[in-house]
Ligand binder design. Structure first.
Ligand SMILES: *[C@@H]1O[C@H](CO)[C@@H](O)[C@H](O)[C@H]1NC(C)=O
Ligand SMILES: *[C@@H]1O[C@H](CO)[C@@H](O)[C@H](O)[C@H]1NC(C)=O
Ligand SMILES: *[C@@H]1O[C@H](CO)[C@@H](O)[C@H](O)[C@H]1NC(C)=O
Length: 746
């Protein structure tokens, strides 16, 4: 027993009943300040239902104190080679403490001063969380091993050999998730013998996707492995028909990350008693991951100037961010949507809630509950830039977490969308979700939380209005209902491949179900443009092209004349450099060809020169082309939109030497500047779970055509397959990524 004084953070000791104990009975029950049994978290509410921890009988009738068990040691069996962590799938956490999942038995060993007898059932293992533990609040849990007593957490004697008793304890499947303090107490007629607070016995209890009784139970082994245990992920971005991907180190098992995740809830002053509720934890975290309102984890910045922080494109993983937040206790600079989603994913996986990052291509940024994004054209069919305010994000990332929804009607459990990127406030706070994906699909957007917003992100229409120059009235001339929410993707469990999950969010375009869903959503207050302007008999398309940063290329306009008459179209083609949020930075191309159509397909090709766009590029090197026009003979409006995400050069990551636990090997990151211009103020970052903590290097100049090579010695910490991930980032060139796969031998 440790005899050190209790740390000041603990509640004051309970004054035990007068201990008519003679000094000769020994130190363990002495009333001195270092009383070994002094730390009583108990406030057993009156009908003390379980173990009564007050003296059982008056001393005169009692056997001598020496007959009662004295506690010599408590062993939490927390090493990876001991029974608990492999069974709870928590062996990967780098931690000095035992980490278990609720609703599943773990074991600990108590050593007494003499062999344990079944009649010695007056001992309890106690678990305490928070500042004012109470039995009635579920923050003080005494676990008895006696068969005839029930405990909120089941307890049993698994084995008893000599003086050592192995106790099996099953935390309730809905218990509070967090860091519990462990005590062992023996009740004697003379008072309670209780172990002192010993930090090494602190116990982390997590959500349990493996336990049927847990609200986050996920009945698919592959998805569970991926969405709880995989530390590396892939984040998709770019365009739906020309997708880019980047690796991310979620790092949920890294040293200190679990404490950082718990700190986030502390910082939010989230009541301890809410922390067993996955819905509340996910909702609170969606607010806390952004710095708005509450000094949460990440500061968003979409300005292109990241001088006072790390560029959102430069991060390679979540650990650096979370550890910085928990040590500095101030928001970390800077994030954009995928950074919010990736760090949120770490938070959820770390606490045991199955989670994944999803990407929605062409995500409506809807700000007034309308299901439409407005594009205003002038009388000739040309875009009126000043009056067109709405933008559509090229893509947007959010998270899904898996849980039951006892607060909703049946059928709406399962994947829930949550979004930490500050776009809109919900009840006055920047947070979003959890919203049932199933409910979004069926237009049941009345259910909490924030379903209308998520519904609009995947279902909005793009409505083109023609503005009457005389009275300013707007007439809808074209409705494009297939542009927004074009595709929703996530990573396939167990593979570096992508999975199209659009069908989990919506019914196929044009299906009868789709119409029903939209009608349902309208009943719940989502407004749509009802007009159905006639389809033009000329179609316009700008086909896909794959272009690298710095290339000249041809923009093709393809017309298809479906009428049986002459058609003449005046087209306005506008090429813009845009942020991925769809916000235009500058227009670099504007052309107004007149096209006379043959019966066959018509085609018009425009040259785009790199010098036109290179100087104006921002951020993620996106070019947005929009062509609009009016058919002369009919007055019909035709439109087409095309996003070109310019491909960046690759970063090479290579590993040399034998990858073996505790043996040094070399990691080399190489890059050649392929451009005719210099790159300045370049940051290169690299990290790999279990192999290398996040590191970065700054290069003030990489001249045109020159190369950099960075070699670093690293020592793998644990065996198994893993990845090294690297990024290169500077103002003139962002989103340069590389990775290397390796398997570390034991
Ligand atoms: C974005 O970052 C830049 C430079 O670090 C800073 O000057 C600017 O104020 C930030 N913008 C926002 C909206 O925080
Ligand atoms: C991390 O924290 C330190 C202070 O503890 C701060 O100086 C540094 O800028 C932080 N890094 C980031 C990326 O915010
Ligand atoms: C448009 O196509 C139709 C056939 O679909 C053809 O009869 C008509 O002449 C074409 N118009 C022009 C201007 O070529």
């Amino acid at each position: 027993l440790s005899l050190s004084p209790a740390p000041p953070s603990l509640p004051p000791p309970l004054s035990l009943p007068p201990p008519s104990i003679s000094p000769s009975r020994g130190i363990s029950l002495s009333p001195s300040p270092h009383l070994s049994l002094s730390r009583p978290p108990l406030s057993l509410s009156p009908p003390a239902p379980l173990l009564s921890l007050s003296p059982a009988r008056p001393p005169p009738l009692s056997p001598p104190l020496s007959q009662f068990l004295d506690i010599w040691d408590v062993n939490m069996l927390r090493r990876p080679d001991e029974v608990n962590t492999p069974q709870h799938s928590t062996h990967l956490y780098a931690s000095d403490h035992l980490i278990v999942r609720r609703g599943q038995e773990f074991q600990l060993k108590v050593t007494f001063d003499r062999p344990y007898k079944p009649s010695d059932d007056q001992f309890a293992v106690e678990f305490v969380i928070g500042g004012s533990p109470q039995y009635s609040k579920g923050t003080y849990i005494p676990v008895s091993v006696a068969k005839d007593r029930q405990s909120p957490w089941a307890g049993r004697v698994v084995d008893s050999t000599d003086n050592v008793v192995t106790v099996g304890i099953t935390p309730a499947p809905d218990c509070i998730v967090g860091k519990w303090r462990t005590y062992v107490a023996v009740v004697t007629p003379y008072g309670i013998r209780r172990t002192r607070r010993d930090e090494s016995r602190d116990l982390y209890v997590l959500f349990n996707a493996w336990a049927t009784g847990d609200s986050v139970f996920l009945d698919d082994a592959d998805e569970r492995e991926e969405c709880v245990l995989n530390e590396v992920g892939v984040i998709y971005h770019g365009a739906y028909d020309d997708m880019s991907e980047r690796p991310w180190n979620f790092g949920q098992f890294d040293y200190g990350v679990l404490d950082a995740c718990l700190f986030i809830m502390d910082k939010a002053a989230m009541p301890i008693t809410n922390r067993g509720d996955a819905i509340k934890v996910a909702r609170k975290a969606s607010a806390m991951l952004n710095s708005h309102d509450d000094d949460g984890v990440l500061v968003g910045n979409w300005s292109g100037d990241y001088t006072y922080g790390v560029a959102p494109t430069s991060w390679t993983g979540s650990t650096e961010i979370l550890l910085n937040y928990s040590s500095s206790k101030t928001p970390v600079c800077y994030a954009q949507c995928w950074v919010y989603a990736a760090v949120f994913n770490t938070f959820l996986r770390c606490l045991g809630i199955p989670a994944r990052v999803v990407t929605n291509f062409f995500s409506a940024h809807d700000n007034d509950g309308n299901l439409k994004t407005d594009v205003i054209l002038d009388e000739n069919g040309r875009i009126d830039k000043h009056r067109t305010k709405d933008s559509i994000w090229n893509y947007h990332c959010w998270n899904e977490c898996y849980m039951s929804r006892p607060d909703l009607p049946q059928g709406f459990g399962g994947w829930q969308a949550v979004d930490a990127t500050p776009q809109e406030t919900s009840d006055g706070i920047y947070r979003c979700g959890p919203a049932s994906v199933q409910a979004i699909k069926h237009g049941q957007i009345c259910f909490p939380f924030d379903a209308p917003f998520l519904f609009a992100e995947v279902n909005s229409d793009v409505v083109f209005y023609s503005r009457n120059p005389r009275d300013g009235t707007l007439e809808p001339v074209k409705v494009n209902s297939s542009h927004v929410g074009r595709m929703v993707v996530t990573k396939v469990p167990g593979q570096d491949a992508r999975r199209d999950i659009t069908d989990q969010y919506k019914f196929p375009e044009g299906s009868p179900e789709e119409r029903t869903v939209l009608e349902k959503a309208e009943e719940y207050g989502c407004h749509r443009e009802k007009a159905t302007p006639p389809e033009a008999d000329v179609e316009l398309d700008m086909p896909l092209m794959e272009v690298r940063v710095g290339d000249d290329f041809e923009l093709k306009l393809e017309f298809n004349n479906t009428s049986d008459q002459a058609r003449t179209v005046d087209v306005y083609v506008s090429g813009n450099v845009v942020y991925y949020t769809g916000v235009t930075s500058s227009e670099f191309l504007f052309k107004t060809p007149r096209v006379i159509l043959d019966p066959k397909k018509g085609r018009r090709v425009m040259e785009v020169h790199s010098q036109d766009y290179m100087r104006k590029l921002v951020e993620q090197a996106n070019l947005h082309f929009i062509a609009t026009g009016k058919v002369k003979e009919t007055g019909q409006i035709i439109t087409s939109m095309r996003v070109v995400t310019l491909h960046t050069p690759k970063l090479s990551v290579e590993v040399s030497g034998l990858a073996k636990v505790s043996e040094e090997m070399m990691v080399t990151v190489e890059f050649t500047n392929p451009f005719k211009f210099n790159l300045e103020d370049v940051y290169v970052r690299v990290e790999g779970p279990g192999v290398m903590p996040p590191k970065y290097k700054h290069y003030s100049l990489i001249t045109a055509g020159s190369s950099l090579t960075w070699t670093e010695g690293v020592t793998p910490r644990r065996a198994g397959p893993t990845k090294l991930m690297a990024s290169l980032d500077c103002a003139a060139l962002r989103q340069v990524y590389g990775q290397a796969q390796l398997t570390v031998k034991p």
